[in-house]
Design a binder for this molecule. Sequence first.
Ligand code: AMP
Length: 190
Amino acid sequence: MRLIILGPPGSGKGTQSTRLVEKYGIVQLSTGDMLRAAVKEETEVGLKAKDVMGRGELVSDDIMVSIISDRVEKPDCKNGFVLDGFPRNIAQAEALEKLMDEKELNLDSVIELEVDETILQDRIESRKEQSTDVRSDDNVETLKNRLEVYRAQTAPLTKYYDERNKLRRVNGMQDVDQVTKQIDDILSDL
Ligand code: AMP
């Protein structure tokens, strides 16, 4: 099973991805997690990404596409994966389509978590309060920027995948278990 989970920051992509990993034995490929690890380890990519992430902007497509292209080749991706945080714009989506074609990998579905913006702000605020490991990119200005970037660059992906008959929408404002249930229903119909 190969999936993309799409939704604005704070929509619950991470939580739902984790559940998909447990249920289907696939791996979660979170580009945000990969970049945060690279920043921490001060790799070449990490050094390039650090300030961009701090501003809530997007790291270059070349870097991201190359990371994903290498990552999907790894043996643990054999059963499939859920892409969480990639693609982030149309150029990345096109590059992903091309590389999956070349590797003869099929994309099963794109799940969009639809969430109201005011709810997102509340969720991110409460995540900050609960978390002991506060993410440095989670300050208010960065969050605003990330939402704007989402609206401008990532949201158009819903149309892109809808036109390819891959998009399935889920109401992300329900409670977490209900969201999981709806995703399960969608995937069992595939
Ligand atoms: P996330 O945890 O997915 O919200 O990602 C955190 C930050 O990492 C984003 O605000 C971007 O700066 C960067 N990032 C993550 N994934 C991508 C991507 N696919 N393309 C560009 N930048 C990304």
